[in-house]
Design a protein around this ligand. Structure first.
Ligand SMILES: Nc1ncnc2c1ncn2[C@@H]1O[C@H](COP(=O)(O)OP(=O)(O)O)[C@@H](O)[C@H]1O
Ligand SMILES: C[C@@](O)(CCOP(=O)(O)OP(=O)(O)O)CC(=O)O
Length: 209
């Protein structure tokens, strides 16, 4: 792709219901790996940017966790779906433009087409991760069922038909996140070390002898 700086060594594509903890879990992984090794790509980023621009909205608030984005969520979903129908990779391509770290965490895949885009672009590197929390826990984090959102493709598009490579149970009574994330972090560290070897720049003198 024209804007890509380098190929990632590992692409972890996260999905999960609203308030399951996708942002929290991806931020924990990034904290452990460091932002020089690992970036978080949000497909909703370019979507919100364009939507805010076209509708004259406050992008910072739309990006934030507060109630502002909820006012626009149903319409943003419709607007985004229209764009995706024309070009299923549209937001994936924009979100990954310029990413140069060896490990990518895509924090918010919502539809099969999102996952399929990364699988097609990076077949060797892409793995899927599902973050799961009970409705009770999600409610404690501020979730409540909204018709047109929680029963739409945006929330349910990856509920069936995907065999996830990893499932993270983000609940107080589940094994600790440290324990659950250990094998994923190990994979990421391996990918990062391999990719730093292959990406090393060989000085021209060594090439010519
Ligand atoms: N394991 C956890 N420990 C503490 N707080 C959590 C945990 N998981 C999620 N949260 C909090 O719950 C809220 C919703 O999580 P978030 O990651 O934003 O969900 P999502 O991105 O799936 O909608 C946030 O305020 C987040 O900090
Ligand atoms: C229109 C959206 O991209 C809005 C996503 O906003 P966030 O990514 O902020 O959502 P949550 O983490 O679930 O609260 C959804 C879509 O269908 O693309």
């Amino acid at each position: 792709m024209e804007d890509r700086v380098s190929e990632p060594g590992l692409v972890l594509v996260f999905s999960g219901k609203r308030k399951s903890g996708k942002d929290y879990v991806t931020e924990q992984i990034q904290k452990r790996l460091g932002s020089d090794v690992c970036c978080i790509l949000r497909l909703s980023g370019p979507l919100k940017e364009q939507y805010a621009q076209e509708h004259g909205l406050d992008l910072d608030q739309l990006m934030g966790p507060g109630p502002y984005k909820e006012q626009y969520r149903a319409d943003m979903i419709r607007w985004g779906e229209c764009r995706r129908r024309q070009d299923p990779g549209f937001f994936c391509r924009l979100a990954s433009r310029g990413a140069c770290q060896p490990v990518w965490l895509v924090s918010d895949a919502r539809r099969l087409s999102d996952l399929q885009w990364f699988q097609a672009e990076f077949p060797q590197q892409t793995q899927s991760v599902r973050v799961q929390s009970s409705e009770k826990t999600r409610s404690q984090r501020g979730w409540s069922f909204t018709a047109g959102v929680d029963d739409a493709e945006s929330e349910c598009g990856l509920d069936n038909g995907v065999e996830f490579d990893w499932i993270v149970i983000n609940e107080a009574d589940a094994p600790s996140l440290d324990e659950q994330l250990r094998p994923i972090l190990q994979l990421a560290e391996e990918a990062a070390s391999t990719s730093s070897v292959t990406d090393q720049v060989v000085p021209p003198t060594e090439l010519t002898g």
